[in-house]
Design a protein around this ligand. Structure first.
Ligand code: ADP
Ligand code: MG
Ligand code: ZN
Length: 500
């Protein structure tokens, strides 16, 4: 009995998770030199490198002001306290992708501290504390090749590595949360919410496939109800939300199992093996001391004036939370609709542009058609809103035809699919394909009478009590009128003649 209870209690472990997020800052040039920031998936390797970012001796770094400004945008949006003076430091370690032998990063005195990110989970709104936001530089990129090198070295199959320094020195923003997250799902939602915020602020494209956002999850578990912080592990380089959630969940379960068995969790740095869907140990965690941090002697302290900060604050766009509140109040949208529409700035703007172009369309109608039909077409085609052929003005034109009764809603779906493929306006498609709705009473009366005459047996069955036959009759009339009849008029006339 006691064993059972203990086992039951032992199963009740609570995850404790803190996330570190590295976001490349979307500037024209690198953090400390004037090399351009190039797209790593298309640019030729080592085509954007200079003596500064290649780590040549005697080269001096200069801070990219735009990168600082973008970092401040994020810090302000997170409600952080901004440091009037922050300090760059050298974080020393050796790795082939780090030509200088150190990374310039803010350490003891970061750009900003103590912010909040509000996230929405199934349980409601949670406030996750942000510990710090700091600036640093990215490393180069190594590609490991498993075959012998062209020079013949590694001919016995050990392979070789290629180094691309295009990414070395690209501005990075590191955003570190407090250990406030309590499930793998919350960790994912926090990551998604932060990604959306960065996109609203136009500081990061959020293009996960290009590696511009990388997550590190710090995870420990403890007995539910306890307030202690147990030993944690850290999973590095999570490049998708799926990987973030899966890896976190896996690690929670692995650690819970260790606790259950009375074994120790070892503090270590881990990786996520995508193929095997497990976390794997990479190394024991390095201590701060290992890095021999010291203030960067080649850079003065970074000062942020009150004036500059006020300017950046004044230029901040409307943020997702504020937009959500406004959409609900101004357009009487449901919370669900508002959430979906504001998640991407592009979608929110599209929605408002469609409303602005519309004469009769209601916000709810526009929201339904964007979230339902348009998203459906996009998903099937695998494209985003920007590449879709339906401009907000054209969507609004379609919905006006629908509201005016010129077309019925099933025709509207057909027309939208055509608009999506051709980029044409709803009006031109409706005219060209002769899709105007028939609301006139006379042709509908004639079609219904003809149908009942042709199917007198079914009509009798209906009158004998088989009432759901009315739906079959309805479908037949709509088909005979090529889907263009006003469904309401058809239904009324059908009932009138069947019952009359
Ligand atoms: P480091 O500097 O070694 O990476 P920090 O103490 O700065 O470690 O914390 C890094 C991240 O780990 C933060 O996001 C923090 O919230 C999280 N963290 C700290 N302690 C724990 C813990 N016991 N369990 C889970 N996460 C933790
Ligand atoms: Mg860390
Ligand atoms: Zn450079």
């Amino acid at each position: 009995m006691i064993e059972d209870r203990e086992r039951e209690l032992g199963m009740m472990y609570e995850p404790v998770i803190g996330l570190e997020i590295h976001a490349e800052i979307d500037t024209q040039s690198k953090m400390f030199c004037s090399c351009p920031v190039v797209d790593n998936t298309t640019a030729e390797a080592n085509s954007a490198v200079c003596p500064v970012c290649a780590g040549m001796p005697g080269m001096l770094p200069v801070v990219n002001q735009r990168a600082v400004e973008y970092g401040l945008r994020v810090a302000l949006a997170l409600g952080c306290e901004i440091a009037p003076v922050s300090i760059f430091a050298r974080k020393n370690y050796f790795y082939p992708d780090l030509p200088k032998g150190y990374q310039i990063s803010q350490y003891k005195e970061p750009l900003a501290e103590n912010g909040i990110l509000r996230i929405r989970t199934a349980e409601g709104v949670r406030e996750v504390r942000v510990r710090r936001v700091h600036l640093e530089e990215d490393t180069g990129k190594l590609t490991h090749v498993e075959s012998p090198s062209p020079s013949g070295r590694g001919a016995r199959g050990e392979g070789y590595s290629l180094i691309d320094l295009n990414r070395a020195g690209v501005p990075l923003l590191e955003i570190v949360s407090e250990p406030d997250l309590r499930s793998a799902e919350e960790a994912r939602i926090y990551g998604e919410t932060l990604r959306n915020l960065l996109r609203y602020l136009a500081v990061n494209s959020g293009d996960m496939q290009k590696g511009v956002l990388r997550f590190e999850a710090n995870i420990s578990v403890r007995k539910a109800g306890s307030t202690e912080f147990n030993t944690r592990t850290e999973i590095k380089n999570l490049n998708s939300f799926r990987a973030l959630e899966r890896a976190t969940l896996y690690e929670i379960e692995r650690q819970s199992e260790l606790h259950r068995k009375g074994e120790r969790v070892i503090q270590q740095t881990m990786g996520w093996d995508e193929a095997r869907q497990i976390t794997v140990s990479q190394r024991s965690k390095e201590e701060e001391d290992d890095y021999r941090y010291f203030p960067e002697p080649d850079l003065p302290p970074l000062t942020v004036s009150g004036e500059w900060l006020a300017q950046i604050r004044a230029d901040l766009p409307e943020l997702p939370e504020a937009k959500r509140t406004r959409f609900i109040a101004q357009y009487q949208l449901s919370e669900y609709d508002a959430d979906v529409l504001v998640a991407e700035l592009e979608v929110a703007d599209y929605f408002e542009a469609a409303l602005a172009a519309g004469i009769r369309i209601t916000p709810k109608l526009a929201a339904n058609w964007i979230i339902g039909e348009l998203f459906g077409l996009q998903n099937r085609a695998g494209v985003g809103l920007s590449s879709a052929g339906v401009s907000p003005q054209n969507l609004s034109g379609l919905l006006n035809l629908l509201e005016a009764g010129t077309i019925n809603s099933s025709t509207a779906k057909t027309v939208l699919a055509d608009m999506f493929a051709s980029g044409k306006s709803a009006e031109s498609i409706v005219e060209a394909r002769g899709l105007r709705q028939i609301s006139d009473y006379e042709p509908i009366r004639v079609a219904v009478a003809q149908l009942l005459a042709d199917n007198s047996a079914e009509a009798q069955q209906y009158r004998d009590g088989k009432e759901n036959l009315v739906n079959w009759f309805f479908g037949q009339v709509m088909r005979s009128m090529k889907g263009k009849a006003n469904p309401q008029v058809v239904r009324e006339e059908l009932l009138r003649q069947l019952n009359g």
